[in-house]
Design a protein around this ligand. Structure first.
Ligand code: BDP
Length: 661
């Protein structure tokens, strides 16, 4: 049975004022492709629902809205300009996708009840690739999915239905232009996705996506030539293997409109890869890149490569170092249509990590930033955690690889090294729940990720406000209160979970709920090294040496505990509990205080939400309320487990004499 779904931020509410109605009499476009058609029909649909205007198609002379392709206007295929003058609205671009993005921008303005008079906006997307990775499996489950089952797959079948279109609309409305529909861990029947068996459904899906300017990508199994093609190896230097991939590519590009390419997780966490044959990641990636190059295809190769069998007793090995160790020596060895996909931090999507040193390290390799809006380690969409402030910090981080234009955002937008194959990708947080994201407030991360990748100049507050206006309307009280909850949420989550960048104090396997030593004596390389004197991993030059992977200035900042930003202190240093932080408190007191604060802020967020009962739709109110009640009590559990653990380790009492068990 197909589950119902809501329209999220595209649920248009009838505008209360008529200021904009005059603009929406009729529409003209000189675009002739499918995306221009989509732009027109999206505009017509929104004008009707938001303003009650039935827009006809009109001629250039008479139309009140003109969606115009203007060659060589400097906007590129995806940029747009919106101009209003004398009651007429013009959306211009060099490409139809730009027109569609311009239309969605106009719709957002209408949803925000913003006047259009005299409007003049010009936007060119910050990142060339703005991508979502779904970790959906073909049995319908989702790896790290917290909002129901997959809407792409069920029982080994590919689903293409109304929801596919609804999804494409949501993604495209915030500027997403590429989507990987299947899990990076490609096993079982997912390996067959590139076979003929699924061609009809994938064709239909890529057609829907293409109508919204979205390129379909597939995750592939590096060992597919063996599993599907009956070859004895998947050696990238074997001509038969190369030929096999060439034929696969010819077939896929032949039948899937706008097909983008492949995403590959190789030699990581048990996945097959070039190492088996004594080949490098570059050889593996380049072989695939050659197979797709003539179709303009891309290979996106993940840098999440580390030894997941390491020995916790050995204090010199350090998982944090492995991404850099594996990929830096290959800088410059990848084809132009290969993009390395790098997680924001060197570990794995913890609530706080330093930025991966591959950003600013790699100079001759296309790279893409990978973040996770699926809240694997940040409350699994049962806790509210608005992640945009984290993403913004990552993007603004100065890598010191140049005098200027050295921020992560400069690198992934191509500004630093002049790359065009680069961008930003999020591991998606959607599922077939009615509201798409399980927690209604988690939709802010999906919306926000798209908006930020399109426009990195937006502030996280602006993004939150846009999302709130589109989702809940413009009531100032709603705006103020939900903004407050969103803006509090990441710092609050950080306060009641693992302190000062150390991470990992979660239950192993499913990664939810407190478990201070859960990963401490295991093989995953994820340690906090707490003892009765202190806590933290010494990654300084005299420790594991990880801090040395950064450019000099940053290496010095992280490598010395006096210079290290305190929010990352325990990531880089082993610190005694009685060490005084710059705020004058001891480390242990800071741990106690933040945990009490975090838990009480979780309760405060619930109270704020409860005060909105009469203001938001009942079903939404109750869904969120239930989750926030859980969050508030779960935050107390976190507080108590963490504080008790450190009290028992250190035997240093809380200065304020609060109850610690
Ligand atoms: C980790 C997840 C695991 C993924 C892996 C990855 O726990 O399920 O397979 O990342 O990114 O965060 O490949």
């Amino acid at each position: 049975m197909e589950k119902k779904y809501e329209k999220a931020w595209l649920s248009y509410r009838r505008s209360r004022n008529a200021q904009n109605t005059g603009h929406f009499g009729s529409v003209f476009t000189n675009g002739t492709g499918v995306v221009a058609e989509t732009a027109v029909s999206e505009l017509q649909g929104a004008a009707k629902e938001l303003l009650g205007c039935h827009m006809e198609r009109g001629s250039w002379e008479e139309a009140s809205v003109r969606l115009i392709l203007e060659p060589n206007c400097g906007l590129g295929e995806e940029g747009y300009e919106i101009r209003e003058s004398a009651g007429r609205l013009t959306v211009a671009s060099e490409g139809e996708r730009g027109l569609l993005y311009g239309v969605f921008a106009c719709i957002r303005l209408l949803q925000g009840e913003k006047p259009l008079e005299g409007l003049s906006v010009r936007k060119i997307p910050s990142a060339p690739l703005r991508m979502l990775n779904h970790w959906d499996n073909m049995d319908g489950s989702i790896e790290r999915g917290y909002s129901g089952d997959s809407f792409f797959f069920r029982e080994d079948k590919v689903l293409v239905d109304d929801r596919t279109r609804a999804y494409a609309r949501l993604a495209s409305s915030v500027g997403i232009n590429a989507v990987v529909i299947n899990n990076v861990n490609v096993k079982g029947s997912a390996t067959r996705l590139i076979e003929d068996d699924y061609s009809r459904e994938l064709e239909a899906m890529s057609e829907i996506f293409a109508g919204y300017g979205i390129a379909l990508y597939l995750s592939i199994n590096f060992a597919a030539p063996m599993e599907l093609g009956g070859h004895e190896s998947a050696d990238p230097c074997d001509p038969q293997v190369q030929q096999w991939w060439k034929e696969k590519a010819a077939d896929l590009y032949g039948r899937l409109p706008g097909f983008g390419g492949f995403l590959v997780k190789a030699d990581s966490e048990g996945r097959p890869g070039p190492f088996t044959y004594g080949r490098t990641h570059a050889e593996g990636a380049n072989m695939l890149a050659d197979a797709v190059a003539s179709y303009g295809g891309r290979i996106i190769w993940r840098c999440f490569v580390y030894n997941c069998q390491q020995d916790w007793r050995d204090k010199k090995t350090d998982r944090a170092k492995s991404g850099y160790d594996n990929f830096m020596p290959l800088d410059g060895k990848f084809r132009d249509n290969v993009i390395l996909q790098i997680k924001n931090g060197p570990m794995d999507f913890q609530v706080r990590e330093p930025v991966s040193p591959l950003f600013g390290g790699l100079e001759h390799t296309n790279s893409m930033l990978e973040v996770q809006i699926a809240q694997e380690y940040t409350g699994q969409q049962r806790h509210v955690c608005y992640l945009l402030p984290m993403f913004k910090q990552v993007l603004e981080f100065k890598t010191c690889c140049r005098e200027d234009h050295d921020r992560v955002r400069d690198i992934v937008t191509g500004r630093t090294f002049g790359q065009t194959n680069c961008g930003i990708v999020a591991v998606a947080n959607t599922g077939d729940d009615e509201n798409w994201t399980g927690h209604d407030l988690a939709a802010a991360n999906l919306f926000g990720f798209g908006r930020l990748s399109f426009d990195m100049d937006l502030s996280v507050e602006e993004i939150a406000e846009e999302w709130i206006a589109c989702t809940f309307g413009n009531d100032p009280e709603i705006m103020e209160k939900i903004s407050k909850i969103l803006m509090m949420s990441w710092p609050t989550y950080e306060k009641y979970t693992s302190p000062l960048g150390i991470g990992w104090m979660v239950n192993p396997g499913y990664h939810y709920g407190p478990n201070v030593d859960g990963y401490e004596y295991d093989r995953w390389g994820t340690y906090h090294r707490a003892d009765h004197k202190g806590i933290g991993v010494d990654r300084s030059p005299t420790g594991t040496g990880y801090s040395e992977q950064y450019r000099r200035q940053n290496a010095d900042m992280y490598g010395k505990r006096e210079n290290c930003p305190e929010e990352l202190l325990l990531f880089f240093h082993h610190i005694p509990y009685d060490y005084r932080l710059s705020i004058g408190k001891t480390l242990i007191q800071h741990i106690y205080d933040t945990h009490f604060e975090g838990a009480s802020e979780a309760k405060e967020m619930l109270d704020i939400w409860n005060s909105l009962e009469s203001k938001v739709p009942e079903t939404v109110f109750e869904r969120v309320q239930k989750r926030m009640e859980h969050q508030a009590s779960h935050a107390e559990e976190w507080r108590d487990q963490i504080n008790t653990y450190f009290y028992r380790k250190s035997m240093i009492p809380d200065e304020q004499g609060r109850k610690i068990y």
